[in-house]
Ligand binder design. Structure first.
Ligand code: PA5
Length: 445
């Protein structure tokens, strides 16, 4: 088992009695999920994905990743939200946040189309100058503005450099299997396409081609990743809160929420987990934050943020609890050198591995924060392997779905995302938005 929940630092805040009281609600939510009878039940493809995925496409993903490795220096992955965060989280977590700067036999990987910043796109275009480039445009709907604009820019770049015929060998599209502008255009243009299954929403799609192609292109073992998710699935679809850590996590976070803790901070002592935290925030934020409900998902990287947000967590408004990701085995060993001068008086640590110090910082912080009345749930993860990443992804996806139903929301829609889009299109003068435009113009002026 790659993951276990340590509830030692939450025991003073949540009693066994409270857990047993809420467990019937959690079981009910789990039953709703597994019987596929709740709201959003047409988006449950992710539940069985680790055991029931398209094997033919999986083989094509590996072949495409190999082709990408052999033909380009830079692989640009274009997508936003669920069509971007999972892949980036995996690459940074399993490899490194400085993956692009490491010596390797796989291409540099950059992400585009996840903002509307001209500078972000222009910088990336400059980085690609003189390099061989392949791109993967990822959009389930095929109509999202941010990736669509970036795709225009990079398609032109590739067509100018390699011609239409050459470019089509370097463009990979991940989108709906039949619908949408991107699918139609890709088929007409002869691009290789991969599928975002109908019944898997963006934020639950990291184990589909959406995540798997970029992850495989980075040289990460996607078989092991799927295996991790498969083993997690076998463990978490059981319905005994005493042995199912995922249900226990759901129970504890909902008890804390009802007790007035409206913010959950995911804390990791590993910078490689930064994008994992971003993925997690999207997963829980888009799934639970609706109808005036939800736990606000936030994140910190320690010890970095102990020198900034640490003050607030220790001492500020008591509105939060923490979920701490404790990675048991670091990817690297780094012993602290001995200094004959002992200028910094740190020789008592000479010869100790830096990870030993990191773990002591974690334990010290766990005690300090619980003393400061911040409950801490600890998720212990073996390591940063592909297997553990797959396991952790499934843990959070399953927890998020059960928690959403426990909270009384549909965890699988995201109606709130549309509001900004409508206003943006109106302000940009898109056809069909004329009435809204004049209304907004009046408010602005
Ligand atoms: O989780 C979601 O559904 C969203 O974050 C989408 O992934 C995001 O909006 C991108 O959508 P699309 O893949 O259709 O471009």
């Amino acid at each position: 088992m790659a993951l276990s929940l340590n509830d030692k630092f939450v025991k003073n805040f949540v009693s066994e009695d409270e857990i047993s009281k809420i467990s019937s609600e959690v079981y009910e939510a789990q039953k709703t999920l597994m019987n596929r009878c709740g709201e959003g039940n047409d988006f449950l493809g992710w539940i069985d994905l680790p055991v029931d995925y398209d094997k033919e496409e999986f083989a094509r993903i590996k072949a495409a990743a190999e082709k990408i490795k052999n033909t380009c220096d830079i692989f640009v992955v274009i997508g936003i939200g669920g069509s971007y965060l999972g892949a980036r989280a995996a690459i940074e977590f399993v490899k490194s946040p400085v993956y692009n700067n490491l010596k390797k036999d796989t291409p540099d990987i950059y992400f585009a189309g996840n903002s509307i910043s001209p500078s972000a796109l222009a910088d990336l275009v400059k980085i690609c100058e003189g390099k061989d480039v392949c791109i993967n445009v990822v959009s389930k709907s095929g109509t999202t503005t941010e990736p669509a604009v970036a795709f225009r820019v990079f398609r032109k770049l590739l067509e100018d450099k390699y011609g239409k015929e050459g470019a089509k060998e370097r463009i990979f599209a991940t989108t709906d299997k039949a619908k949408g502008t991107l699918k139609k255009f890709s088929d007409e243009s002869g691009y290789e396409t991969f599928v975002v299954p109908d019944d898997v929403g963006g934020r639950f799609s990291v184990l589909t081609a959406v995540g798997l192609l970029p992850i495989a292109a980075a040289g990460i073992d996607i078989d092991k990743m799927m295996q991790g998710a498969q083993d997690a699935r076998a463990k978490y679809i059981s319905d005994d809160i005493n042995t199912n850590d995922c249900l226990k996590y759901v129970a504890i976070r909902n008890i804390l929420h009802r007790d007035g803790k409206s913010v959950e901070i995911l804390a990791a002592y590993e910078p490689a987990a930064q994008m994992l935290c971003e993925w997690w925030k999207q997963l829980f934020g888009e799934s639970e934050g609706k109808d005036g409900k939800g736990i606000y998902p936030s994140s910190v990287i320690f010890s970095t943020d102990l020198h900034s947000l640490g003050q607030y967590i220790q001492d500020g408004n008591r509105i939060m609890f923490e979920t701490v990701l404790d990675i048991k085995n670091a990817n690297d060993k780094l012993p602290i050198p001995f200094d004959p001068e002992n200028v910094d008086k740190l020789n008592f640590l000479a010869g100790e591995d830096l990870d030993y110090v990191n773990h002591k910082a974690m334990l010290g912080t766990l005690i300090a924060h619980t003393d400061g009345n911040v409950p801490n749930i600890v998720i212990e993860l073996d390591d940063r392997s592909a297997y553990s990443f797959g396991y952790l992804v499934y843990f959070f996806e399953y927890a998020c779905a059960v928690s959403g139903y426990t909270l009384g929301v549909n965890p699988f829609n995201q109606p709130g995302v549309e509001s900004y889009k409508k206003n943006m299109f109106a302000l940009l003068g898109k056809e069909g938005y004329e009435e809204l435009r004049s209304e907004l113009d009046k408010r602005i002026n």
